[in-house]
Design a protein around this ligand. Structure first.
Ligand code: ADP
Length: 493
């Protein structure tokens, strides 16, 4: 059965309270009984000593005056005065007892002829009284149905200090079994139990409300998120730490979902935009050709060239997107082999030399190896992918470098990393754009770049590929003073 949080908490509280009461109640009962017995013993002993001292005076003044019922004998106490040999000198009942005709347990024993002088002398409290010390004892009397009796024995001392007689008091103790409890106590117990149930219920409900309210809010927000509303958040800073942590985690989750949703929307819109431009050009060109240009042998050349250029741009875009998607999924399937990064840089410069020459840009490769360094610029990487990285960086540098300037590729080693830096003397990148330069479709000046054909994916690809190799990429630039991109790859011996 599924209980509500409140009912479950109330039940747990109730169990805890009852178990607590179950442990504490017997201990309290025992402590109370001990206190009661100590008080009773002390009181009976005091009475015995009082009577003994009264009798002591009589013994000293010669002749024993029989101790009467009217003198100091409390109701319910069986009073005896015995000589040191156990013989009874006086045997009295308390007045209330004799008047009410109640029997004392010791009398029952007496009646059964069980209390002989020998028997009396064998009792420890009497033995101690015979040695001059007052003592008490508690015993159950079988003859009185196992009833417990409290005894007090006090010596009556003669003038010479010898024990002349012993005052011996006995009184029955009340039953301490649960069944012997007064009925009012039973009702009080039921009252306490009811109080415990109510207390447990109230505490359970209060705590449940404090837990359930934020949980209900979270469930509501989660439903809204499931319906597509990613702007949901729940209040933080509650007094229950775990719920607060849960709330913070929930808010972080929705914030992150919202962010990635926005990024996804922006990405789709960017992709659509980038696809639409070449497709529109291709469609327009086809329409122009259909309108008759196709038959004009001289005119159709540039149209077909434009179509070829735009189709090429589309293919590059689709390939770039595919590569980034693979990198995101960790499915680049890199073929890692050791190779010399300087050698690869020289190869890529040679490959792009013609394009650089068209823009009157000179490509140079510099190797800055410390004199004592034994190893060349070895890295363990996928040479094709790193070639793609260098091509993208060199392509940008050639594109932005002014005619007549140099684009320099510098190789260095720093600690466990091999670095390859591409510098140009172009317009550089304004500082405010630097933090976003590796984001997909990010362009510093979209108007400027569109003319130059960039979709804003080149540096995102550089970033993804270098990261997939366990490396990193950094950029430094001062506007108007060129740009400097560095890739750092783990060095390989
Ligand atoms: P694209 O594919 O359009 O070249 P990139 O991701 O390679 O896109 O570059 C993103 C933007 O960074 C470019 O639009 C350009 O504004 C800027 N950029 C990249 N390299 C350079 C550079 N060497 N000098 C100046 N700006 C650069």
């Amino acid at each position: 059965m599924k209980l509500t949080l409140g009912a479950r908490l109330a039940l747990s509280y109730l169990v805890v309270i009852l178990v607590g009461m179950g442990i504490v109640a017997p201990l309290a009962w025992l402590a109370m009984e001990r206190l009661y017995l100590n008080t009773q013993s002390a009181s009976l002993l005091a009475q015995a000593q009082l009577v003994a001292s009264a009798l002591g005076t009589q013994v000293t003044t010669g002749g024993i005056v029989p101790y009467s019922q009217s003198s100091n004998v409390a109701p319910g106490i069986h009073t005896r005065v015995i000589d040191p040999q156990g013989g009874a000198v006086i045997d009295l009942l308390g007045p209330a007892q004799s008047q009410a005709g109640l029997s004392l347990p010791e009398l029952a024993q007496n009646a059964a002829g069980l209390v002989t002088p020998v028997e009396l002398l064998s009792r420890p409290e009497i033995a101690r009284a015979r040695q001059g010390q007052a003592a008490t004892a508690i015993r159950s009397l079988e003859a009185a149905g196992g009833k417990r009796v409290l005894y007090a024995a006090a010596p009556v001392l003669a003038g010479d200090g010898r024990v002349a007689q012993i005052v011996y008091l006995a009184t029955p103790l009340p039953d301490t079994q649960l069944g012997a409890l007064p009925a009012t106590l039973g009702w009080q117990f039921v009252g306490v139990l009811l109080g415990a149930v109510l207390l447990a219920g109230a505490a359970g409900l209060i705590l449940a409300r404090r837990i359930a309210r934020p949980l209900a809010k979270m469930a509501e927000a989660a439903h809204a998120v499931a319906e597509g509303d990613l702007t949901q958040s729940v209040p933080e800073g509650g007094s229950i730490r775990e719920l607060d942590v849960l709330g913070q985690a929930f808010n972080r989750m929705t914030a992150s979902l919202h962010q990635s949703d926005q990024a996804k929307t922006a990405f789709i819109s960017d992709v659509t935009h980038e696809l639409r431009t070449p497709l529109t050009v291709i469609k327009g060109t086809i329409e122009t050709l259909e309108d008759g240009a196709v038959d004009d042998l001289e005119a159709r050349g540039p149209f077909l060239a434009a179509m070829y250029r735009e189709t090429d741009r589309l293919i590059r875009l689709v390939n770039d997107l595919l590569l980034l998607t693979r990198a995101d999924a960790g499915a680049l399937n890199l073929q890692l082999h050791p190779f010399d990064l300087a050698e690869l840089a020289r190869q890529r410069c040679a490959h792009l030399e013609q394009r650089a020459a068209q823009r009157q840009v000179t490509l140079r490769v510099l190797e800055q190896l410390p004199p004592d360094a034994a190893r060349p610029f070895n890295v363990r990487a996928d040479a094709d992918r790193i070639a793609q990285v260098l091509d993208n960086l060199l392509d940008n540098a050639i594109r932005y470098a002014p005619p007549g300037s140099d684009v320099t590729v510098t190789l260095t080693q720093a600690g466990q990393e091999t670095a390859c830096r591409v510098d140009d003397c172009g317009p550089g990148i304004p500082a405010k754009h630097l933090p976003f330069i590796f984001e997909r479709f990010y362009r510093v000046d979209s108007g400027r770049d569109r003319g130059q054909g960039g979709a804003g994916l080149g540096l995102a690809i550089v970033h993804s590929l270098v990261l997939a190799h366990g490396g990193r990429v950094t950029v430094e630039s001062v506007e108007g003073q060129g740009a400097s991109f560095t890739i750092w790859l783990p060095a390989h011996d």
